[in-house]
Write a protein that binds this ligand. Structure first.
Ligand SMILES: [Zn+2]
Length: 376
């Protein structure tokens, strides 16, 4: 979910569009236009297209509201919410931490489908006050739009209640099992396993329908299944990392002997005496024994070779105040999450402005493998 268009902020939460969304937006608007022109042959082309585009936009607004409802519960429960992204298969709210208790998990999951159902009821309710009845076809562009939005939001509510990771229903299932058994790990495995079974169900159904002559819609179902499967794998892997490192702090894994370099060293010397000689990628910059910043291969790569002798480590280093740091008490799972989100390889461990050590992605991964082999 890296490449995206930023739309702005709502309640401090960044709203973005992934490029894959644009394709689906065009598909939905054109298929809606096709649907309207078939159902209402007397409508003018401009009315058909205006209604189709408005309906598609409101549909995506409803998805954003659905994601905002997840974000609101997360906020209420003290979990940080970073962003909401719309992509080809819907929306996703990026929540910085896992729920700490079963109740939070349950509410965070169920609020989404509830919100979609509420939006659906609201749309159908307004259409009804405008003269639409369940028996008849909607008569005006506005009621046609409201009725379509009403049904699609009910559809979303039901689809999201599918009880397996990564669907909202998976969270609900996990919350319930967690609450009954008191065992988060067990609940995660159950929600993940159900998610995988459902994903395979979608894939087989899609293939079956494709060979039964359903064409594109069959392939689409299979594609959704494939997406669910890979998302189920990802959420399972994440949950396993969190389980493995439950109670493990950064202080337990970090290296304390970090290689330091003087800030006045020029890059020519730095590359030959430090980077190439030690094989390390990252060095601490110190001034009179005090930690002032960090320099890595990446900063050096930015500078042309010819300028190396005239550029010092100070000139290109990332200063301490711009560095993302963790404390020795930070949980390892959280450190790993920061490394992934910021797309960096290592984090300085700092307490009270004093450098304690470094923790890197490789270190955490090696630990993960070792612990997995020892079945810890
Ligand atoms: Zn949801």
């Amino acid at each position: 979910m890296q490449a995206q268009i930023r739309l702005g902020r709502i309640f401090g939460i960044e709203i973005g569009l992934h490029y894959s969304w644009l394709i689906i937006a065009v598909l939905i608007a054109t298929s809606l236009a096709g649907h309207f022109s078939e159902a209402y042959p007397d409508w003018a082309t401009t009315i058909i297209w205006t209604t189709a585009i408005m309906t598609a936009l409101l549909f995506f607004a409803a998805i954003i509201v659905h994601e905002l409802s997840h974000a609101a519960i997360a906020r209420l429960r003290g979990l940080p919410v970073r962003s909401i992204t719309l992509f080809a298969l819907g929306g996703v709210a990026q929540i910085g931490k896992e729920a700490a208790d079963a109740k939070t998990e349950f509410w965070m999951g169920i609020v989404g489908p509830l919100t979609s159902a509420l939006i659906g009821a609201l749309c159908l309710g307004i259409a009804w006050t405008l003269g639409w009845t369940f028996a008849g076809e909607p008569a005006t562009p506005v009621t046609a739009m409201l009725v379509w939005l009403g049904y699609i939001n009910f559809g979303l509510a039901i689809f999201n209640m599918v009880p397996g990771f990564p669907m909202d229903g998976g969270r609900v299932l996990r919350g319930v099992i967690w609450w009954i058994t008191g065992n988060a790990a067990k609940a995660t495995r159950a929600a993940a396993a159900t998610g995988q079974v459902i994903a395979y169900g979608f894939i087989f159904l899609g293939i079956f329908r494709f060979f039964g002559g359903a064409g594109f819609s069959g392939l689409w179902i299979a594609f959704i299944g494939w997406f669910l499967l890979s998302a189920a794998h990802t959420s399972t892997a994440q949950a396993e990392v969190i389980e493995t490192f439950r109670g493990v702090r950064v202080a337990d894994l970090m290296t304390r002997d970090c290689t330091q370099v003087d800030g006045n060293t020029n890059l020519q010397t730095f590359v030959h005496e430090f980077l190439l000689r030690t094989g390390r990628r990252c060095f601490l910059v110190a001034e009179k024994g005090k930690f002032t910043g960090l320099i890595t291969l990446n900063e050096v790569k930015e500078i042309p070779h010819a300028r190396w002798p005239f550029t010092t480590v100070y000139d290109v280093m990332v200063p301490l105040e711009r560095l993302r740091t963790v404390t020795p008490e930070t949980p390892v799972a959280e450190a790993l999450e920061i490394l992934g989100r910021e797309n960096i390889h290592q984090l300085p461990v700092v307490s009270n402005g004093h450098l304690e050590g470094m923790i890197s992605r490789d270190q955490i991964m090696n630990q993960l493998l070792t612990r997995a082999e020892l079945k810890m």
